[in-house]
Design a binder for this molecule. Sequence first.
Ligand SMILES: NC(=O)c1ccc[n+]([C@@H]2O[C@H](COP(=O)([O-])OP(=O)(O)OC[C@H]3O[C@@H](n4cnc5c(N)ncnc54)[C@H](OP(=O)(O)O)[C@@H]3O)[C@@H](O)[C@H]2O)c1
Length: 338
Amino acid sequence: MSNPIPTKQKALVIPAKHAPFVIAEVDVPKPGPGEILVREEAIGLNPADWMVHDLDPFQSNYPFIIGMETAGTVIQLGEGVTSFAVGDKVFFAGSVFNGHPSFRQYNLTAVEFCAKVPSNLTLDQAASIPIAVETAGLGLFSRPVNDADGGAGLTPPWEEGGRGKYADQPILILGGSTAIGQPAIQFSKMCGFSPIITTASLRNAELLKSSGATHVIDRNLSGADFAAAVKAITRDPIRIVYDATSNADIQLAAYDLLSSGGTADKTVTFVVGFKEQFRELGISMWKHMPAWFESGDLKPNNIEVVPGGLGGIPSGLERLKNGEVSARKLIVHPNEVA
Ligand SMILES: NC(=O)c1ccc[n+]([C@@H]2O[C@H](COP(=O)([O-])OP(=O)(O)OC[C@H]3O[C@@H](n4cnc5c(N)ncnc54)[C@H](OP(=O)(O)O)[C@@H]3O)[C@@H](O)[C@H]2O)c1
């Protein structure tokens, strides 16, 4: 006989604006139609978590739970769910945006934005993926819906004619060792881009070359030296720059390096999560997600497990805030400390 579904769980809560996190008991949510309830076994930490806590960009109602990445086991199916079964290992992005934050022991997701954990990945590795791959894919493949909302609009490599479509065209990925930068490099390789030029601390150069970068430029160079380094690699027009993280000097230099002309001049866009207008792209990415990792087209980020369960999260977020995390995702096991 299966275990009963718990009604209460522990969560890491922001009790009031800017107040320190506390662990509190909250209700376990019930899955609605098309949703599944998941016992979380691994949670990924993101820079946005400390930013939401410290800056309160959404002027949230408190108490408030945040957290964006989940891997765990399905324990209950909502009405109409046939694509997952109780006991499946799954991973997904849950966030303050969709009302499914991960800093707790049980979480919900809509099934179309969720996938089974690929057979060659651990749950910890799976928890390192959702936001990184969604954000890299959204930036490269969503089509701008207005001047400032949307991505580069490239043909996705999983669609007809997309694989290798951009062969021999250069691309710049700023901040290649970030969690987002690494899948951006790997997607660029699937698209055929070459050279794939990225910036990072040079200690991460070999890792990024194993991801598909052809050239790694020291992210601490001045903008002028960065531009000179890029020009020494290629004189071909650079039509795409993906900025996962950079400083202002390199960002401006990269803007200058962008080729203009064609049907439009240089366009700078910014993407945030999966809004309704990018729903189809999101669903399509989650459908293909396990196969990308099983084939090795995409690789999980390196991970480090932060001890202490939910109570270990604040110290992990502090390290992200202080720039002390390099080329790895911090992972927490929410049930480690009950
Ligand atoms: N728009 C969205 O929807 C969205 C979604 C998620 C995240 N984000 C944002 O995207 C950024 C990256 O997030 P993440 O989770 O991928 O970060 P992350 O992996 O935690 O970032 C750590 C990495 O940042 C790199 N880095 C720091 N400063 C850099 C610089 N000036 N130039 C190049 N690399 C630098 C470090 O590289 P080295 O160790 O090699 O020096 C380190 O590996 C964050 O600002 C985050 O808030 C946006």
